[in-house]
Design a protein around this ligand. Sequence first.
Ligand code: HEM
Ligand code: HEM
Length: 184
Amino acid sequence: MKVQTYSSIARIFHWVSAALMFAVVPIAWYMGVLARNDPSKGTWITVHKSIGITILFLTLLRIAHRMTNRAPDLPNGFSSLERLAAHSAHFLLYFTLFAMPLTGYLMSDLGGHPFNWFGLFQVPQLLTVDKASSSFFHNLHKIGQWVVYTVVTIHLLAVIKHVRNGDGIFERMWPNRPGHSQNR
Ligand code: HEM
Ligand code: HEM
């Protein structure tokens, strides 16, 4: 049977991850403008890292869920080019959700900068300090942000187009309201 809509769990993953992404990026910009000796800088870096590692964890669970639960196919009437574009964009979004926190963690871990998750417990430091590798992942992390900006902008433009077309794509991800049918 064709799957018509995203599961409730997939929707929760999507909206929690999206909200965390909309928080982690501006915090990074803010960290960047604070002076080196600003007393709050360390706290913001810890918050950035904590949200980022949470995104990594959620993404691993989300990918496991996605591999065991089919996502809805695009309805009939969408061209093969539109299907390819949607799949590629979704793949790239997943890629950024995984690669950004991973490069951030590797930069931090290899640089010898352990951190406490929201000040509660220390995130395990798994690797031996290696400044050269740390700076490699630092560069990847910095370049990666441009992939995030590009692919999220494309994603949002696509969503706006679907909402304007009234084709029901947005509703497949939006939380179900009472009386709102799962199988439209
Ligand atoms: C989805 C998750 C993440 C996103 C989207 C993200 C995004 C960013 C962005 C946009 C910047 C600013 C880069 C610049 O100024 O050029 C940044 C900086 C930074 N990020 Fe992340 N980040 C994420 C996760 C993480 C994680 C998990 C860690 C570490 C555990 C981390 C550590 C850092 C550090 C230390 C900086 C400052 C680097 C510097 O001083 O130039 N990030 N991040
Ligand atoms: C206000 C912001 C956002 C809106 C309105 C939105 C809306 C949507 C909608 C309607 C879909 C379903 C598309 C379909 O049925 O084919 C979707 C899928 C998806 N979105 Fe978003 N999104 C937003 C932000 C984000 C962000 C920030 C990310 C991650 C960086 C993201 C990642 C994804 C992914 C990975 C999928 C594919 C899910 C799958 O097939 O498993 N979204 N989004």
